[in-house]
Design a protein around this ligand. Structure first.
Ligand code: NAP
Length: 295
């Protein structure tokens, strides 16, 4: 508890995660590229750094919750970034979703500075981030992860030890593959129902009442009924994650035919201008592909 925590990246997920760390009584300093997003936490007494370098000089443990590799590289290597501030002997926890091979590269880049890297991506979206009920998928030195468990449990309800560095990222690839395929499957079923002039609310209620009525479908049913997709997990991030899934599967020699198909649909969703909507808006992509002559 005496350790000072630095948190970089106050987006949809990072903001409530940082707030929960603060609520649990940790000393906390945050940094976000767009300064306005730190205002609410500053109002609660959280320290706000002007640069990643300032945060690194203060903190013992640095948490990253950023879009992906490009953002992490910017924060690490830019003029006022993490590495020029010489964070030797510190711990960096990357909670952003990246590929396992990116994580392993990062580990090698940080090793000469004696920095311990832990990959700890999360399963769960905006609401679990607010409620502090995320599932945290960790990879790295077991003892360090055990020591960090109280910090992880300030943001989540379960810490899963997946294995050595990179295995947390690998686990996240498998989870998001399933998430994408399930979401697309539900939307495809709804799209067919609409084309058959079935009541989509009736279909959703029937699915939710039976063995297919899982938490994900329950969570997204409101959006699908209203045809309104306020962002929880941005569609553009799912397209990004599926790119990593395909790369990872290719490196591992794993067959992922459904992942190839859904990647195309999420990418087209970004092309259609739906990238900042929730990823359930993949339904709009399917509607755009319908044969209009049959409508
Ligand atoms: P987000 O709302 O888009 O936030 C992204 C964060 O990254 C923002 O703080 C943004 O800063 C920062 N950023 C982006 N590019 C940057 C750059 N070049 N330099 C510095 N900072 C940069 O994303 P999110 O939904 O919180 O997701 C964060 C991570 O968690 C992603 O890897 C995502 O895949 C993963 N994830 C998300 C969810 C979800 O439901 N949303 C669930 C599980 C995992 P600005 O504010 O300045 O743009």
């Amino acid at each position: 508890m005496s350790q000072k925590i630095g948190f970089i990246g106050l987006g949809i997920m990072g903001q409530p995660m940082a707030a929960n760390i603060h609520t649990r009584g940790y000393e906390l300093m945050v940094f976000n590229r767009t300064k306005d997003k730190a205002k609410e936490l500053a109002g609660k007494g959280v320290l706000v750094a002007e640069t990643p370098a300032e945060l690194v000089e203060w903190a013992d443990i640095i948490i990253l919750m950023l879009t992906g590799p490009e953002a992490i590289d910017d924060v690490l290597y830019s003029e006022n970034g993490i590495l020029p501030a010489n964070p030797s002997e510190k711990i960096i926890i990357n909670m952003s979703t990246v590929s396992p091979s990116y994580t392993l590269n990062l580990k090698n880049c940080l090793a000469p500075n004696s920095i311990t890297l832990i990959d700890a991506p999360v399963s769960g979206s905006k609401k679990p981030a607010i409620d502090g009920s995320l599932i945290i998928l960790t990879g790295g030195p077991k003892q360090a992860i055990d020591d960090l468990e109280p910090l992880f449990l300030s943001m989540g309800r379960k810490v899963v030890y997946c294995g050595k560095t990179g295995q947390g990222s690998a686990m996240k690839m498998t989870v998001n593959l399933l998430l994408a395929v399930m979401m697309e499957g539900l939307c495809e079923s709804l799209n067919l129902a609409q084309q058959l002039n079935l009541d989509k609310d009736l279909l959703l209620d029937s699915i939710l009442a039976g063995p297919l009525g899982c938490g994900l479908f329950q969570l997204k049913s409101g959006m699908l009924k209203q045809n309104d997709f306020p962002v929880q997990f941005p569609l553009k991030h799912m397209a990004k994650d599926l790119r990593f899934v395909l790369q990872t599967a290719d490196e591992a020699g794993a067959a992922v035919p459904a992942a190839h198909a859904v990647f195309q649909l999420f990418r087209q969703g970004v092309g259609l201008g739906n990238g900042d909507l929730d990823f359930a808006a993949v339904k709009k992509t399917l509607e755009a592909l319908n044969d209009k002559q049959n409508m």
